[in-house]
Design a protein around this ligand. Sequence first.
Ligand SMILES: Nc1ncnc2c1ncn2[C@@H]1O[C@H](COP(=O)(O)OP(=O)(O)OP(=O)(O)O)[C@@H](O)[C@H]1O
Length: 697
Amino acid sequence: MDPFKLLTKGTKLSAKSQDGRLVVLPSAGPAKTPQTLAVGVIVPEQDAITKGTKRKRTTSSSTEKPLSSVPPQVPDFFSHGTTADVPIVNNKAINDIQHPGSTDDTSELSFVRKSEIECQQILRRHKIKLTLMKSVASKKRINGKKVEMVQLTPQPLEDFASLRSRFKISKRLAGNLVQLGYTLPTEVQLGAIPLLLGNDEDRGLHRLPKWKNTGKSHVDLLSVAPTGSGKTLAFLIPVIQGLLNSKHESSTSEEANTLNAHIKAIILAPTHELADQIVNESRKLVQGTGLKVSGMKKGMRILIDQDDKNSAGEVDSIVKADLLISTPMALANVIASDSSEARTVPSIHYLVMDEADVLLDPLFREQTVAIWNACTNPGLQVSFWSATIGASIENLAQELIITRRKELKIPSKNHYILRVIAGLKDSAIPIVSHRLTYAATEQGKLLAIRQILRPTGFEYGHSLRPPFLVFTQTISRATALHSELLYDIPFEAGGSNRIAVLHSSLSDTARSDIMTRFRRGEIWILITTDLLSRGIDFRGVNGIVNYDIPTTSAAYVHRAGRTGRAGREGGIAITLYTKEDIPYVKNIANVIAASERVHGKKSSEQAGESLPRWLLDALPNVSKKTKKELKKRGVKERAAGFMGSSVRISTKSGFQRQLEDKKKGARAASQKKTLESEVEAEHEQLGSESEWGGLED
Ligand SMILES: Nc1ncnc2c1ncn2[C@@H]1O[C@H](COP(=O)(O)OP(=O)(O)OP(=O)(O)O)[C@@H](O)[C@H]1O
């Protein structure tokens, strides 16, 4: 049966294949656990999480129930925090958290610290590594020796319920987490939240030689964790709790009104789409807390000048929010264009950089650093988050932290730069099935994508079902591919309405309209550029197609990471490559091989994957120079402005095109000839008419 026809009838797909077998639907289905890296972990069942009863010992692979026992699942494409994705939660627990005093207060629960060995075991099982970074460690000269990096053992966060008992987070925030269905932290949350919310003992800093207990040390954090592993929540919980603490403190001081008009935290993200998504996530978490979250919009101002105050001493025209989320460009422009002399935002206590490697890439670096420099508060905590942070970006981040502190004369005593890594650094998500497919030519790629759209011998779990994303190298290629595929979806399945193109040349309104329609499931195939490759969380996306190869391995990691979110299995990442791509494709093959090794597939041939050992060996290595050029310009034959026809997106072959051009030329010539002869005839007629002289009265 045509999958499109099936989907138009509604989203209530039966989980049975044609032969009547029960099948696991791809990543649109609910995740068993958001923890994707753990081995031999005790995974509490949902009931056990909320009722505190049954526990089950299992491994990540053994958590899978046998196929026959998987209950039929209803794909709920793109649902965001709706019932299909949210585990069953205990209403009593919500009530306890939201209505203090009505029953036992969870904050009364005492937290028992684990021994260092127990902590080490948990961290090892979850593949979490915490390091005190070189820049600070070497300065401290531990035991008189210059140390490169020091490994720390923090107290991990094992469940969200302990956020109240351990860190005394607000009842509202804890209640919102329960209501949104968050019970079990993902690996990055398990490792990073205690570092940001806790004290030196939680961070493991107290075990450092020469450590002096001066209360809570100041930490800045670099965090590297796989795509879809919940980094957003890992930075939002500590920031929101920090804002609530400072709101509570300032409400008792005289400056309360003025202080409350100031923004205290900034989150930077590279695209509007990602910034909007973080705004939405934050708003859900701050509900009922009294905190205000704002996304940066045109015409907003953030700096406070005395002139801005009206007669009542209130501040007009200034965005009144505790947390501001923006792209670097929008915010840097606002700061630069402000009329006040200082152009600093001293009220900022938290600066979060999501997709930090892009924000510190030359493309955005100037704006990002300008914003950072404007944050002059000595207590500023800065954190960097991404699935890929290379060594050069790590070093740059440390350098910038240290230089800023020196310039502002902030003492470095008790200041630490920490790094948390979940899983294998800079690698592609292992629960996704990665396929590298040779398509030979552009024509081959078109045929391949058409086959993906209309698969023959369709089988659940093997073919890529809509909804999915298709990535191209440039805007013009995205547009060309869209026009080419526009009528490929059968009319009964919604036809051309089901396929759309999204890129940065579209207006903001058009972009957000397409995003909404894709999230709602109205659009099934979204053709885009790298604009959507980072951070965007479409829960129900079944896979991605790299129509054009990504130009860096990091880009591959992020594009592939749009599927397999929060532990959802069954996602597919297909990369089509042509003969032009062969010199560059080894990068991607290496990332895939590393990811499959993480997933325990020792030999991909054995595992039946599409990346056999011989291919990996046969592909040429990519030189550093080529990598650089590729990053800058992409595959040059596909770059904007390249005139060659061999890489044009079109079903027609060059020969066919030539024939058509010839025919067109001949038709035009014959039309011209006809026109000329008609004109001539007309002239002749006019001539004869003039000779005739017309009728006389
Ligand atoms: N503890 C959790 N339990 C269940 N789901 C979670 C948990 N934490 C986050 N999620 C869900 O996981 C999905 C991915 O989260 P998020 O967008 O924060 O990932 P990310 O690590 O930032 O990914 P990327 O690197 O692609 O930006 C979201 O839908 C989020 O709601």
